[in-house]
Design a protein around this ligand. Structure first.
Ligand code: F6R
Length: 615
């Protein structure tokens, strides 16, 4: 939610900031703004709408300052407007601030400040921050006017804030410095010899540096172009080491594809190959670096919770089948925002697995903290090294999908699926809970999957031409049985997100208990059939909708009479537990081409943002 970028160095800041904002637009795109330190003081320029509106503002190209902060907004408090866009300033225009997150007690703080003579010009929660900094700065009676006083004012202001925040502050009084801080909202500092780049997301600044500092909650960094000092909440100096990120800059470019989403769909064979890595070796041994579970411990687990949001939660729905069948451990899948408020039964015999591409999803992190508080062991599956979730979880397992830029998740999903299946195999192997030949078959299949995924992508043209027939529809249904229900849910979510077509997904056998009332002549029903044990039953359910006039699109790895259906996409056969990794691909492409057919912005669908760092 919202993107933050900052620069402090020797070059003009504004082009670097605009470039960074363009890369961050997938985090929010309601309005954008920048503030730089110019010879005459702080300058703020902002506008409603996309970054290109900001870029076209008169005077923006004349900015010469070499220190600046910038923001692209996903509105929470206050409608998208120029007034509500960041940066915000205090009344005396001494401080400029950009902020990601939500200040929960902003009303209370606003009243306090108003009682002290401060005026407010926006509807945002953020505007309290620069004014609070000014309040503490002007009240500070210590006879010094150096960066320590600046830091103290920012620290005092932050201690008053409840909620989540990643903040950048610059001041006309301290033209050499920038202060940044975070709590429950991502912020990274990229560093090279005499330049510093700040961002809410690694990919936005990957073309400048691969060396990063990661801040923990309520750690403050005070930057100059060639130094970064870190402080804890008590303003004691702390040391941090630089971490090198392996992602290369071109991974965050479109590389000739029209959209990031299509590029990322096509990157899936590589992404899963990288994620498998050496976790399953060619001699079919399975090991997960960083995990050292033994049979005694695994035997004590009486419940596995898989907790996540959206697409990541659908990974859990697929994995539940394999955990229960192969490891014989009861497994429950929870939506993170529900889990945290439903008093789940958690104790030291519970294992909780949290899945999050970004590693920054507020609900998932809150659920993780809750699980830890009740004594559960926690594993995070994430794509982003150094993300918040990795600092909270007992164990962090990384997918190696590379940066995922499109809002609609594709390669992260299939990488998460492969990783969780490897985890399941690792558990089953230690537990001895399923027969060796099945485990061997699964390992062999996993090593085959990158090739099978490449094969699956060949359905592109077929799917595209079907999308051209149905892109104007208003409602589309997705059906599946068993593990295919999870794929139906994910296919339906993908379609909603980027095509704005209403869609429902149902277990095929549930249809006749209500939803079949919605089936009418010409409606499209998409079915996924990968489980040989259930295929006949699903076909019967499809017959029921055909009888009522539905158009049918089938994704299957199974042999059957294809003539019954309007369109059949044949995908390679694999073990049922792994089949969602292949069966989702035609559905990703279908959503993509429907969205393109409607002329929509595939990568930046309305109302959505890539990383949901608010509750
Ligand atoms: C859908 C999508 C979202 C995310 C969800 C969780 O395409 O991307 O549903 O899966 O917001 O995000 P992460 O995985 O970053 O926790």
């Amino acid at each position: 939610m919202c993107g933050i970028i900052g620069y402090i160095g020797k070059q003009k800041a504004s082009p670097i900031l605009i470039n960074g904002l363009l890369r961050l637009e997938y985090r929010g795109y309601d309005s954008a703004g920048i503030s730089t330190i110019e010879p005459e003081g702080l300058v703020v320029m902002k506008d409603k709408g996309r970054v290109k509106n900001l870029y076209n503002l008169k005077g923006i190209k004349d900015l010469k300052g070499t220190i600046g902060i910038a923001h692209t907004r996903w509105a929470t408090h206050g409608k998208p407007s120029k007034e509500n866009a960041h940066p915000h300033q205090d009344n005396s225009k001494m401080f400029s601030v950009v902020h990601n997150g939500i200040i929960e007690n902003y009303n209370e703080l606003r009243i306090l400040l108003e009682n002290n003579g401060y005026k407010f010009y926006s509807e945002t929660d953020t505007e309290v921050i620069p004014n609070l900094i000014h309040y503490y700065f002007s009240k500070d009676t210590i006879e010094e006017n150096n960066k320590t006083k600046f830091l103290r004012a920012v620290r005092n202001a932050c201690l008053d804030l409840q909620g989540s925040f990643a903040i950048e502050v610059i001041s006309s009084l301290f033209p050499e410095n920038m202060i940044v801080v975070r709590k429950d909202s991502p912020l990274v500092i990229g560093t090279s010899d005499d330049e510093k780049y700040i961002s809410s997301d690694i990919p936005a600044i990957l073309s400048y540096t691969r060396n990063f500092y990661f801040l923990n909650d309520l750690e403050f960094a005070i930057l100059t172009s060639n130094s970064v000092e870190f402080y804890d909440t008590n303003l004691n100096k702390i040391t941090k080491s630089v971490q090198n990120i392996e992602w290369n800059a071109s991974a965050a470019e479109k590389d000739g594809f029209d959209d990031f989403m299509l590029k990322e769909i096509y990157e899936q064979p590589t992404a899963i190959r990288e994620t498998i890595g050496s976790r399953i070796s060619t001699d079919y041994s399975c090991d997960i670096e960083g995990l050292n579970f033994d049979k005694n411990y695994l035997n004590t687990i009486n419940m596995i919770y898989i907790v996540a949001c959206g697409t990541a939660m659908h990974v859990g729905l697929s994995a539940k089948y394999a955990f229960e069948n192969l490891c014989k451990i009861p497994t429950q899948v929870d939506i993170a925002s529900e889990f945290r408020y439903r008093n789940p039964i958690i104790n030291e015999k519970t294992l909780c697995i949290f899945i999050s591409q970004s590693g920054e999803t507020a609900d998932t992190i809150a659920a993780l903290k809750l699980a830890k508080k009740h004594g559960a062991k926690t594993i995070a599956i994430t794509n982003v090294i150094g993300s918040s979730i990795t600092r909270e979880a007992d164990y962090s397992l990384y997918t190696h999908a590379g940066p995922e830029i499109a809002v609609a998740s594709t390669k992260a999903y299939t990488s998460q699926l492969i990783l969780i299946n490897i985890l399941i195999i690792y558990f089953a192997q230690i537990l001895g809970s399923c027969n060796d030949s099945l485990l061997l078959d699964l390992k062999k299949e996993i090593l085959e999957l990158p090739k099978k995924l490449e094969e699956t992508l060949k359905c592109d043209t077929q799917v595209k031409s079907f999308a051209q027939k149905i892109y104007q529809e208003k409602d589309i249904f997705f059906l599946g049985r068993g593990i295919d229900v999870a794929t139906a849910q994910e296919g339906s979510l993908k379609l909603k997100e980027i095509s704005y077509i209403h869609s429902e997904s149902y277990p095929a056998g549930e249809l006749k208990h209500g939803p079949i009332a919605l089936i009418e002549n010409g409606i499209t029903v998409i079915s996924i059939l990968t489980d040989s044990k259930l295929v006949e039953k699903t076909i019967s359910n499809i017959q029921e909708v055909i009888t009522r006039g539905a158009k049918t699109f089938v994704v299957t790895s199974q042999k059957m009479n294809y003539n019954m259906f309007d369109e059949v996409v044949k995908i390679p056969e694999t073990n049922t537990f792994l089949s969602p990794i292949l069966s989702i691909v035609p559905l990703q492409l279908l959503s993509y081409y429907i969205s393109k057919g409607k002329g929509l912005d595939v990568d930046k669908p309305r109302n959505l943002a890539k990383s949901v760092t608010v509750e």
